[in-house]
Each structure stands twice: as C-alpha cells, then as structure tokens.
Design a protein around this ligand. Structure first.
Ligand code: ADP
Ligand code: MG
Length: 691
C-alpha cells in the first residue's frame, strides 16, 4: 500500500494547475502519467543572461536590453516577419517576429512605450536584432526575467518554459519525507535531504549546477540506485530463504565429464565448483554464468544437470530461439545419454502425438532433461521433479516467463547464462539479484579472428575477396545494420545488398531478417548450417550464439553504428573451428576519433569483458551503449558511467539493510519503503529490469 504522504505525487498530471485536456497527453508523453513523473523532469541546460546596451551587445549571447518602441514595420510579403525598431540610447535594436500574430504587437507594445527585452543577439548586416525575444515586459516587470534560466525538455505544443512551470509546481507538491539514507553516509557525501536535492536540481544557476557530480545530483542518483539494489537484494534473500534439497556433486557427472573429448578450462572448473557449492547448500541457487559465446557455458550447465539427474531430479534448459534450443540439445543430449540420462527437445514445432509423448515422459520422470524454447513454460508442461532451470540469454525472457518455468517445481534452482558482456562496474545493476560466475578464458585451440576496419569505398575489394574465399569452400556472414527507425527501410537495404551480392558472388546467397517468421528463419539458417547457402546476409537479428563451424568470414556493414559488445558478439560467430577466420568492419568515413578507437579495440582484443569495459569508458555511458538491450535499467537520475562509484556503494548498503532489517520495520526501514515507492522498485512487484 502506498503511504499517504505520497498521494500528492501520484495524482494524475491533470491535478497540476494549467494541465487540461489538451496539455495532459503532451505532458504524459514527455514525463509520465503522474505528478511524480513531472517532478523527475530536469532541465537539460541553462540560459545565462547578461544586461547590455546596443553598443556593448555580444553577438550570440542572450542579453537584456531596456528600449523604447520606435517604429513598426509590417511585412511586405506574407513570408516576411514583423519588425519592431527600438532604441536604447546607444543604438538601434530590431525585434523580429515571424508568424501570423505580428498584427497584435502594436496594441500590446504601443509606439513610444518603454520595454525590457531579452533574447539571443544577432547581427544582420549592420543591424543588431533579436528574433523572437524570450521576454518583452514593461520596465516595472524587469525583475521577472531570470539571469539564469533552466531549460526543460519540450515537445511540440508544449514549450520548455511551460514544462518548467509544471515541474516547479510538481516540486511544490513534493512533501518533506523521512530520511532513508544512513546519517554517516549523508554527512560523508555531503548529500542534501531529498526534497532539497530536488529543489536544487530544479534551480540551477550555472552549468556546473547541472553536472552529475554535484552533491544533489549524486544524492538523487544514489537514492535511485539504492532503491533498485534494495529490491534486488530482497529478491535474492527471498530465494535464499526457500529451502531446497541439497544436490551433491555426483559420480555420474564425473563419468560424463571423463568422456568429454577435452578437459575443462580453469574458468569452467571454477564456475562448476561455484554452482556445486550453491546446489549443495540447501538453499535455492540464483547464479549467472557470464562468458563469451563458445566459452563453454553450456558444457558446465550440462554437468550440473548430470548432478541433478544423479540426485533423482529433472532439469530444464530454456533458450530464446528454436535454433539455439536445438544446438543446446545437440551439445548436451549425446554426452548425457551415454550415461543413461535422457533429454528431450521441446519447441513450438512439437505437435500432436509426438508432443504428447514428450510431455508424458517429462511428467512421469522418464526423461531427466528438457531442452527447449518458450514451449517449456506453457501450462500443459509438467515435470515429475524439476529442480534446476537453466535459462540461456536470460535477458531475452521476461521475469514472469522465467518464473513460470521455475513454478513447475519446488524451490527450483536458477542457473542463467549470458554471452552479453557487461562491464564489471555495471554488473550489479543488471545482475544484482544473482551470483555471478565469469568464464573469462576460452577453450584452447581457437585461432583469434583477424579483424580489419575497411572504409565503404573499398567494398568492391571486400566483395572480390569474399567471392574467392567462397569459391574455395568458405562460408560467410554479411550483417546489415539497423539504420533507420523503420524496420521496412532497413529490410529494403538488406534485400538490395543480398541481390547485389548474389549478382557478384553467385546463387548461394541467402537472407534472414526480423520480419520473417521463426520457421522461415530456421529454414534459411538450416540451409546455411548445411552448406546449401554460402553467404548469409542478415539484419542484426541473426540468432545469438548460432554455431556454424564452417563459417569463417564475418562482414559487418556500417560497423560504426553498432555497440562494441554487439560487434564482439557478431564476430564471435566465426572462429569456432580451427580454421583461420576474418572479420571485416566496413565503415562510412570519416570516423570520429572515438569511433576509430572503438573499432581499434576490436582489432586488439578478443576478450568480451575488456571490450565492454573499454566501450563504457570511451562512450561515457548513456543510451548509445546498447545497455538497455542487455537488461540495463532505464534510470532517471543515475548515470551508469558518472555514478559508477555509487553503484557499488548502493549494492553494499542494500545487502547490509537486508541482513539487518529484512522486513524493513525499523525507522530507516520504513523510510526506505517510501524510497522504493518513489522509484517503483517495490519488493514483490515485477521488476522493470531483466535481472
Ligand atoms: P557456450 O555455451 O559458452 O556458447 P558451449 O558450452 O556450447 O559454449 O561450448 C562451445 C563449444 O566448445 C562446444 O562445441 C563444446 O563442446 C566446446 N567446448 C566447451 N568447453 C571446452 C573445452 N574446455 N575445451 C574444448 N572445447 C570445449
Ligand atoms: Mg551457448
């Protein structure tokens, strides 16, 4: 239940003065449906005004003049503006107005009247002018023109100054709330109280006041991060509190492992040991294995599934696409079945009798491992004793979907797998409710992918070499970027490219794109895997982690538009076998210095974690990182880069709070509940993130 003290902030935006039926939808689009959302809007810049006279005016500056209205010059043609000639004792200043309302000006500002005006000074020939002054007021109202004015985000029909008015009114509605931050920490960080921090955020008097490192900005960022970390720590604690029957490392898994044609890497050993410690602990496990595509995550998960089978339980391995599910099935079913552990593949394709057979085998316990897609958590699927849910690329499933799978057993252990490298500093924000094992070492014998950046002007060379390689039996990917807002436009570009390549290279060119249905995509991918297609042109939707060992060339068009992590993942699709592989990053010159350095990193390293970390530093955070897509939450106040030191602090703080006051009943605990409300990170509510 929402505390009463917050009611004013959760009133609809129409409760703000001046927000009626016309404005409400605009404000809702800009901010959100309630007053709190308007309160959270902040200025993105400030206008600093100085007083000036015509003879000291500075071009380009926003300045204030005291003038007398001398003459009106109506437009001589419809497209021309109204001009008001004014004089301030030192020179002439012309005020220029485009639009149809010019005719109303003489009545408002009669000839001979004195006015104070403000706006951006321009020089037009010899003339000094201001187009659309931001203020024209009688002299006695000069005090209304602020020397510093915060500029708020605006939208068509809702100018920045109106938004500012609403934001300030929302601020007035904001109550003083009990302090939820630790007193010592507040003092150390010199954080102002919440209400004051917001007031400061809405009243910048310079650019410096808007920097992310001001105490008030850090305070608000920390509030937000703590609310989130706390929700994740609570969720983790809840899972832990559920007892689960201990599962021991087994002889059976030992045998499966002994039969593998390779030995585990050190990182795989470590991850397996961590998983086994969790499984044996008698609490529910929530662990994530993070590691590049091909680093051996699935093999580790398979050994954990063997332990579960040895203990008489069942496991489910869920992947976001059918192709991935099938590949996982191929990886695990062979080694497991050698030792009497049976696996089935369950996807949307299974229909009728065959499906019924599989479902029966799962329900009876005749089968110990189910590998599949979304089909796995459908209502008709029942397990005899599901104990372990392995979820691959977990951020591609909703929290609710994963919960539906886990609800098919009692205290089901969760093992998530992700190939999306998240910088270590941000790990807590994405996976705060999970324990993380990192596989940061590749199985031996892989040749690094030779990576080159090539300007688009040399695309014909690339095509020629591609043709030669394909003639020699190689297979290749050609990735077309998402460049427009419209999927259809991007699709056109990809179709055009594939037609062109077909002309130059031959008939073995296929195309997959996001508008295709699952089975259509699968059919093309299968042809590629079987070698019927030599060159696969794809929009960025190619399934993550798809394994085609014979593919050795990856061409990425407009590589500068991709996130580094994404480029790294795309490149990870080649270089699977022992053959030399190449990755060509085609770019549209000229590259900015940052873009150049980003592409350089890819040439220099092959380590997803290093790449993610460097990308974060180079880009300084923000949306462009593609973090959102990997489950990074959409924070309002916290900046993943500027506030990265606060992330770790909030994580520690949250863990301590949950350890000391799990039900949030202390004074601070009660205040923290208010904080959680303020950011919608309530315990028990579906979290906005993907963790
Ligand atoms: P991931 O799930 O991380 O993409 P997989 O577990 O599917 O990786 O392994 C990718 C490929 O590498 C598989 O063919 C697997 O058999 C092989 N592999 C896994 N671990 C090793 C290892 N330690 N040494 C050699 N090959 C390995
Ligand atoms: Mg995999």
């Amino acid at each position: 239940m929402r505390p009463e003290i917050l009611f004013p902030l959760y009133a609809p935006v129409t409760s703000l003065k001046g927000v009626g039926a016309r404005v409400a939808p605009l404000l809702e689009k800009l901010a959100g449906p309630v007053v709190r959302d308007v309160l959270y809007l902040r200025p993105h810049s400030v206008v600093a005004r100085t007083r000036a006279t015509a003879n000291t005016a500075v071009e380009g500056a926003v300045q204030i003049f005291e003038v007398q209205i001398d003459a009106y010059k109506p437009p001589r043609a419809p497209q021309q503006p109204w001009r008001i000639e004014t004089y301030d004792g030192t020179g002439v200043l012309t005020l220029v107005f485009f639009g149809s309302f010019g005719g109303q000006l003489p009545a408002k500002h009669p000839l001979g009247s004195r006015r104070v005006v403000s706006g951006k000074v321009e020089r037009f020939g010899l003339n000094l002018q201001i187009a659309h002054p931001d203020y024209i007021l009688p002299l006695e109202k000069a005090g209304e023109i602020p020397l510093f004015e915060a500029v708020y985000p605006a939208t068509a029909g809702l100018p920045a100054r109106t938004v500012r008015k609403f934001a300030l009114e929302a601020l007035e509605r904001a109550p003083n709330l009990p302090e939820w931050q630790d007193a010592a920490w507040l003092a150390r960080e010199k954080f102002p109280p919440w209400r004051e921090a917001l007031a400061l955020a809405h009243a910048p008097t310079s650019e410096t006041d808007m920097a992310p490192q001001t105490p008030h900005a850090r305070r608000l960022a920390y509030d937000e991060l703590l609310a989130h970390q706390l929700a994740m720590a609570q969720r983790k604690a809840e899972r832990r509190a559920e007892p689960a029957s201990p599962i021991q490392a087994s002889l059976l898994a030992q045998k499966v492992r002994a039969d593998l044609p390779f030995s585990l890497t050190g990182a795989q050993e470590r991850s397996l040991a961590e998983i086994r410690a969790d499984l044996a602990a008698g609490e529910r496990m929530s662990r994530l294995i993070q590691g590049d595509v091909g680093s051996g995550k699935t093999v580790v998960a398979m050994l954990a599934m063997a332990d579960v089978a040895a203990a008489g339980g069942q496991s489910a391995l869920m992947a976001p696409t059918e192709i991935l599910a099938r590949q996982h099935f191929e990886t695990v079913s062979g080694p497991l079945s050698e030792h009497g552990i049976t696996a089935v593949l369950l996807t949307g394709r299974d229909k009728g009798l065959a499906r019924a057979d599989k479902l029966r085998a799962l329900a009876s316990g005749a089968v110990q491992v189910a590998v599949g897609t979304h089909a796995l958590f459908q209502d008709e699927v029942a397990f005899q004793r599901l104990q372990l849910a392995v979820v691959d690329e977990q951020h591609r499933f909703g929290v609710a979907e994963r919960q539906r799978l886990q609800a098919k057993g009692e205290a089901v252990h969760l093992l998530a797998m992700s190939a999306t490298p998240i910088p270590r500093t941000l790990e807590l924000t994405v996976y705060g409710d999970l324990d993380v094992s990192r596989i940061d070492e590749k199985p031996p014998g892989r040749t690094p992918v030779a990576t080159r950046a090539v300007p688009m002007g040399r695309v014909e060379e690339v095509e020629a070499r591609l043709r030669d390689a394909i003639a020699g039996g190689a297979q290749a990917f050609w990735i077309c970027p998402m460049v427009s807002e419209s999927e259809l436009v991007d699709l056109k570009a990809a179709e055009q490219r594939s037609a062109e390549l077909r002309q130059k290279i031959g008939p073995g060119v296929g195309l997959v794109h996001g508008k295709m249905t699952g089975p259509e995509k699968d059919a093309v991918m299968a042809d590629f895997a079987d070698g019927k297609i030599s060159l696969l042109v794809a929009t960025t939707v190619v399934e993550v982690g798809v394994n085609v060992p014979n593919a050795t060339i990856m061409v990425i068009e407009q590589a500068e538009r991709f996130g580094l992590a994404q480029l790294h993942q795309l490149r990870g699709r080649v270089g699977r076998g022992r053959r030399e592989s190449a990755c060509v990053l085609l770019y549209d010159p000229p590259l900015s210095e940052t873009a150049q350095r980003r592409l350089d990193i890819l040439r220099k390293t092959d380590d997803g974690f290093v790449i993610a970390e460097t990308d974060l530093e180079l880009r300084g955070g923000g949306d462009a990182l593609g973090l959102r897509q990997s489950g990074f939450p959409a924070y309002v106040f916290a900046d993943p880069f500027a506030h990265r030191d606060l992330i770790a602090a909030a994580g520690d703080d949250a863990r301590m709070i949950v350890a000391r006051d799990p039900d949030l009943t202390s004074e601070r605990g009660k205040a923290l509940r208010i904080l959680q409300e303020l950011f919608d990170w309530r315990a028990g509510s579906p979290l906005k993130d993907a963790g």
